[in-house]
Write a protein that binds this ligand. Sequence first.
Ligand code: SF4
Length: 401
Amino acid sequence: MAEIPARSSQPGSGNRPGVNGSAGAGLRADAGLAHLITELQGHGLRVEVPLESRQGGAGPADAGMLWIDGFAATVPTSAEYVRNSPYVLRAEDEGWGVYREGERLASAEPFQRPRFYDLSTADGIPYWQIALLHLDSLASTVIQTCAYWGNADQCAFCGIGVTLANGRTIAKKTPQMLAEVAVAAKELDGAVDATLTTGTTATPDKGALYVARCGQAVHEATGLPVEVQFEPPADLAVIDRVRDMGVQSVGIHVETFDPQVLARIAPAKARTGIDGYFRAWERAVAAFGEGQVSTYVILGMGEDPELTVAGCRRAIDMGVYPFVVPLRPTVGSLMEDLMAPSPEYCETIYRRVVPYLTARGLGAHGVAAGCARCQACSAMSLLEGSSDADGRTYLPLLSNR
Ligand code: SF4
């Protein structure tokens, strides 16, 4: 058993000044804030203060974590291009602020080091090597190896092997370990859900059943809603078995709707094919319900914007939440030398996807757990309240410069 250190403040008060979408009372969830966060996710944020960050891990990573005007956000802080960002995080007499050319744009609250990071298991594994807190979501890559890593199938944006190589995690987390850590993360740091992903295994289920077992253990130990993420299994009946283990949401990530880009950046996923993802989503929506199935859609990999918007809308029609995010070129990934896409481009895509989601009755508020619930890696949810009755979304006018 881990030892829980004595603390003076209330258990569960945690790392959570505000929550995207759900705790919006009094918070400025408007198009202006969406614009600022999109800018920060495109240009990055220079930091003059210590900031907890995520580097490496499955999928697109490299993220400093903070709250901006009370809203969760992850923004690039360590990539080379961030040095040229006009935005800076600066300490103030009380708290922190985001500045551009000396002008204060928003308040900020850096993510605090979680208390459960001080704990370790009975056999000496630090809890932070088992799972991390991403703002208010407990996150773990339960199998930190991938059948595609280090060979021709490696996804170009991914950094799953980086974290393992530098000793920041262990290769495989057990359901028992994750349940133990989740209890502490909930009680000490106020985690509100768990997001569990996995490297793809060389088995027909692609690792889905193991990550679901982990999710089941976390949910049973804590009562927290859980999202598990996996590749489309060869037999789609596996998705029903995942549902039967009691997790609430699933992420099945196509990454891009442009087949040429998919073939270039994720050859193994391209073999599944975009229609293969649609088949898996259809089964998953039948199992988990509309809005509880999501996919990452990464912008900035050379994709055709028309195919991107059309793919998102087709997914939405089916009840899938397309979580549109800018590329985070991760140090150690095959894309580490790229730039993040321009904020203007990302806003243009958000503007065409979010109203369609809203008109379909989907939104971050309806997602039980996971990345599409958290929303810190995208400004999408901040626009959900900016649509009028016709589904039009108002955004600031953009410069072409
Ligand atoms: S399937 Fe691709 S994104 Fe997922 S862990 Fe493997 S290499 Fe990374």
